[in-house]
Design a protein around this ligand. Structure first.
Ligand SMILES: [Zn+2]
Length: 113
């Protein structure tokens, strides 16, 4: 097996693995939607490096260079109001609002005072 040392420049990360470790490693970076970067060393010949990683914040971090799994349409994010408008017309919303206000005035809903 060729003993190439081309893995010797692994960047400035200071993980403990670089001391006394003879097995070549590759650093794999994961990025979560909150832009947290997590970098882990994997054996260079590892075949099952996970595509995703659960970030400390709980979000799913995606391997750098991997295809981002698209869950939402890449269009401009819609506001809650726009989503609401897809389900109900403005007239319906106005009616609902009046209903709620009427309920509030009639004491049908728990008041905060
Ligand atoms: Zn995160």
């Amino acid at each position: 097996m060729a003993d190439s040392m081309r893995g010797s420049r692994l960047g400035s990360t200071s993980y403990e693995v670089d001391k006394g470790l003879r097995v070549p490693v590759q650093l794999t970076t994961y990025i979560c939607p909150n832009n947290h970067h997590s970098t882990f060393p994997f054996y260079a010949d590892a075949e099952n490096i996970p595509e995703t990683w659960t970030c400390e914040c709980g979000q799913v971090a995606v391997k750098l260079g991997a295809t981002m799994p698209i869950q939402e349409s890449p269009r401009v994010r819609r506001s809650h109001y726009e989503i609401l408008l897809e389900r109900r017309s403005e007239e319906e919303l106005a009616e609902l609002l009046e209903e709620r206000i009427a309920l509030l005035h009639s004491g049908g809903v728990i008041r905060s005072a």
